[in-house]
Design a protein around this ligand. Structure first.
Ligand code: FA5
Length: 347
């Protein structure tokens, strides 16, 4: 009996010392389980030994064990409170917001060079009296090809291969290959006179290289009015070229073919790198191609119900990315989509 009482006293003293020394709430919980947790805890084991004692001695020893358990539990509770308070304080310190801290200026981004170019081109044409219109990037075959005088299986379609979208009948919906379908939408939406530019994103099955991207930007122009001539087209292109690239840069039209214009031309501007004298960039021709243009084909007018006897018009379409390249001396169109901040920050 005295043996067990001594053991109880020793176990209590040891338990209290360990509780006092523990440094965190988590460790305290582990220790609590070890000391007073269950049958296998220190107190639990002592309890189990009561059965071996004679009845009289059992009572006293039982009381001693309960008293020891109470004191250990009280010490645990007291220690827990202290540790919790300390931990809460440490957390508050760690999460404290210093409202007096001075943060440097936020780095504000800016519009991408292609967007800046698009805005500038829009402004330039708005100053010449044009409206700005937009059309969808996901187009129907009819707008992208058929209304532009390219019936199914027309060979010119192969120049403008693209991705088809699973919507409606097979091969009826696609990612537009040029901004020209917006011409059709504008003519459907309003009667002449029309003076409009239509910028936007285009898609083609083109392998990326220094001058091509599969996703790029064009700006379309459309004028429909009484008495519009090829001279008006040439004059407009020349006015635009001088206004955008500067007075030393000129334009020229070279005969070409587009199903939706007749006659058609490629328009070229004198090479901005050598100002027309001839260099490597322009393959020593002095000229760089920027886009296509021509007089609106009567079949296009027929598709939208404009009377070609009363009205005539011209249209043009050129690459916005290409304009930005030429104006800012960018030697590879892929820089625009590489997302290299060192490139983008320059503009
Ligand atoms: C056309 O897309 C015609 N719709 C242009 C047109 C409009 C002609 C109105 C007549 C009347 P083309 O496929 O040549 O034409 O493209 C015109 C311009 O878009 C090119 O000169 C070039 O500047 C730009 N472009 C074409 N493909 C790409 C590409 N993959 N990456 C970057 N720019 C491109």
């Amino acid at each position: 009996m005295t043996e067990l009482v001594d053991e109880i006293a020793a176990a209590e003293a040891d338990g209290l010392a360990r509780v006092a020394a523990v440094a965190s709430v988590a460790d305290l919980r582990t220790l609590e389980a070890e000391l007073v947790g269950g049958k296998r805890s220190v107190i639990g084991t002592l309890n189990q030994r009561l059965g071996q004692l004679p009845v009289e001695a059992r009572k006293d020893a039982g009381r001693a064990i309960n008293a020891a358990r109470s004191r250990v539990e009280a010490a645990v509770a007291e220690r827990a409170e202290k540790l919790q308070a300390g931990e809460r304080e440490a957390q508050l310190q760690a999460e404290r917001l210093d409202l007096t801290e001075v943060v440097g200026r936020f780095a504000v981004g800016h519009r991408h060079l292609v967007t800046q170019t698009r805005d500038e081109l829009e402004d330039l044409f708005v100053a010449m009296g044009y409206d700005v219109a937009e059309g969808p990037e996901v187009e129907t075959d009819w707008y992208n090809f058929e209304a532009l005088n390219m019936p199914p299986a027309h060979p010119a379609r192969s120049m403008w291969d693209t991705l088809y979208v699973r919507l409606g009948p097979p091969e009826s919906t696609l990612l537009r290959t040029h901004t020209s379908p917006t011409q059709i939408r504008v003519m459907q939406a309003q009667a002449p006179p029309i003076y409009a530019v239509m910028p936007g994103r285009c898609y083609r099955r083109d392998t990326p290289d220094a001058r091509h991207l599969p996703v790029f930007h064009q700006i379309e122009g459309l004028v429909v009015d009484r008495g519009i001539t090829f001279g008006d087209l040439a004059g407009t292109i020349e006015a635009f070229t001088g206004a955008y690239f500067g007075p030393n840069i000129h334009s020229r039209l070279r005969p070409s073919f587009f199903p939706f214009t007749e006659p058609s031309a490629e328009f070229e501007v004198s090479c901005i790198f050598c100002e027309g004298r001839g260099c490597r960039v322009c393959s020593h021709t002095g000229w760089i191609e920027l886009g296509g243009c021509g007089m609106v084909d009567p079949n296009v007018f027929a598709a939208v119900g404009v009377d070609p006897e009363e009205y005539s018009g011209f249209a043009f379409g050129f690459g916005i990315d290409r304009c930005a390249m030429m104006r800012h001396d960018v030697d590879d169109i892929r820089h625009f989509i590489a997302n290299d901040i060192r490139f983008l920050e320059q503009f």
